[in-house]
Every structure is written in structure tokens, then in C-alpha cells.
Design a protein around this ligand. Structure first.
Ligand SMILES: Cc1cc2nc3c(=O)[nH]c(=O)nc-3n(C[C@H](O)[C@H](O)[C@H](O)COP(=O)(O)O)c2cc1C
Length: 260
């Protein structure tokens, strides 16, 4: 049976998507596989089930939030079903650290019937401040992603029984503190164009009045980054403190780390 590389990702500000696409594309060539993409970012696009058989390969990508897999995404694992399917994890982080996120993703995928064969921690521009991880992933990151995918594809073409690598991280995972109720602020520059409404992963921005935002905001900044009028921003003391920490301690370039 021809195999399918299933590229599944959550990517509000598109950096995860950029790396997953490169890895999946390079991985598919040695396997002569087709690529099927599932974008979990928007509520209306989230599928009920993604079932993978043993001939397929899953490339699963997510942004690291607070050193963990985003909470919203954890429910989505229930819809993924593997049957001994090899899985490659792509975790995108904003040049601080990925902490336990890759290990947590590996545990969640193993519980769903996948054999984790590799994991990569890549760097993207930090969604909270463009001064950290600026311009990442860049051409050097893309080249690493392509090599990672190609070499993993070649290994899997030789044998499907690749042992699970030791992935950096700790159990119990980094503790998650309850998030503050942060919501984007909308200025008078808003023209009600609806771009932010359409790109919100939670669908919590009011269609008729985009200044109204329900509770539960992820702080992913998709609305801020996509607004053509720069009419949305965040402002809260805890966030401003975090941004100041990132801008003072996390400017030094980190490189992708591969576990395989
Ligand atoms: C709520 C939140 C928490 C984050 N936590 C971390 C973190 O713990 N470590 C880190 O290096 N980057 C962190 N980031 C930055 C993202 O991992 C990074 O911007 C990523 O590239 C976003 O992926 P996307 O473009 O696919 O949405 C966080 C971003 C947000 C919005």
C-alpha cells in the first residue's frame, strides 16, 4: 500500500507550519509517499478524527507554550489514532526553552498508538515579542528541517522499526500556573474587516464587534499579527514583565535540537 505522510499541526502565527511543511515534504520523498495535511489551528477546520495506519508516518507540530504542549491541543490527541504508526514530533519554541513539551507530546502520541521515532525542537519568532527569535525560522532552520526530514525518511524507508529516541525533558512536566484573564485590546483603527475573527483559534472574537472578546484567550497573538490596521495589542502587567524578561535573557540565538 502506498504510504501517506500525515502532516498535522497547530500554528496560530505560522512558524510551526513552516517547519512541519519542510520536514513532511523532505520525509515523503524517500518513502515515495503522498502528503496529507491537517491544520488544527482553527476551530472550524479541526477534524473529528485522524486515523493513521502502520504504513503512514505522522509529522506532528505544535508551538511550545509555557514549556508544555498547548492546553487546547491536548484534547485534540483524543482524535489522533495510530496503529504502530511512526511519528515525528516538531516543537516550535520562541528562543527561551522547550522544557518538557517534546517529551509530553511523545507521551501523548505513544498513548494514542504511535511509535515516536524522532523529535525536533525548532525556533520561531516569539509570539509575545518580535525582538526574541526575530525572523526565525530562517534559511538555516529550514535547511536543518529539510535534512532532518530527508534522513528520517531514508531511515524509515529501510526499516519501520526505529527505536524511540531519548527526548530531553522531565516527568512530572513543568507545572502550569493558572493563566490570567488576558484579552486583546482593540483601538479605534479597527475597520471591522473580520480578519482577526477568522484567525482566532478559539473563535472568541465577536463577529459584529471585534473589540468584544470572550474569556479563554490563549494569548497566541494571531489577531495582533494578522490585523492589517495594527489595531490590536495586549497590555497587562504580568505579560509586560514576561516580555521584559525575554528581551533581557533570551536574545542569544539558539539552534534546533534533534532527538533521533
Ligand atoms: C502563551 C505562550 C506561551 C509561550 N511559551 C513559550 C515557552 O515556554 N518557551 C519558548 O521558548 N517560547 C514560548 N512561546 C513562544 C512560541 O512557542 C513561539 O512564538 C512559536 O514560534 C509560536 O508558534 P506558531 O507561530 O506556530 O504559532 C510562547 C508563546 C505563547 C503565545
Amino acid at each position: 500500500m502506498p504510504s501517506i505522510v500525515r502532516a498535522v499541526y497547530f500554528s496560530p502565527t505560522h512558524t510551526t507550519k513552516a517547519i512541519v511543511r519542510e520536514v513532511a515534504s523532505a520525509l515523503s520523498a524517500p518513502l515515495s509517499a503522498t502528503i496529507e495535511t491537517t491544520d488544527l489551528t482553527l476551530p472550524r477546520q479541526r477534524p473529528t478524527d485522524v486515523s493513521c495506519n502502520a504504513d503512514d508516518v505522522l509529522v506532528f507540530g505544535f508551538p511550545v507554550y509555557a514549556g508544555r504542549v498547548p492546553v487546547l491541543l491536548r484534547d485534540e490527541f483524543a482524535h489522533l489514532e495510530g496503529h504502530g504508526t511512526p511519528a515525528v514530533i516538531v516543537g516550535l519554541y520562541g528562543n527561551r526553552h522547550f522544557d518538557d513539551a517534546l517529551l509530553e507530546a511523545a507521551d501523548l502520541l505513544s498513548e494514542r498508538g504511535f511509535n515516536v521515532v524522532a523529535a525536533g525542537a525548532f525556533i520561531g519568532e516569539h509570539s509575545l515579542t518580535a525582538r526574541v527569535g526575530t525572523g526565525r525560522p530562517d534559511s538555516a532552520d529550514i535547511a536543518v528541517a529539510q535534512r532532518f526530514g530527508a534522513q528520517m525518511g531514508a531511515r524509515l524507508a529501510q526499516s519501520r522499526s526505529v527505536p524511540e529516541p531519548t527526548i530531553e525533558g522531565n516527568r512530572p512536566y513543568r507545572e502550569l500556573k493558572p493563566g490570567a484573564d488576558v484579552r486583546p485590546i482593540t483601538t479605534d483603527a479597527c475597520t471591522n474587516c473580520g480578519v482577526c475573527v477568522a484567525c482566532c483559534p478559539l473563535g472568541i472574537i465577536d463577529e459584529d464587534d471585534p473589540a468584544l472578546v470572550d474569556a479563554g484567550c490563549l494569548h497566541c497573538r494571531a489577531c495582533v499579527k494578522s490585523c492589517p490596521e495594527d489595531a490590536k495589542y495586549f497590555s497587562s502587567e504580568p505579560t509586560d514583565r514576561l516580555i521584559a524578561m525575554l528581551e533581557s535573557k533570551c536574545l542569544e540565538r539558539k539552534e534546533p535540537q534533534l532527538f533521533w
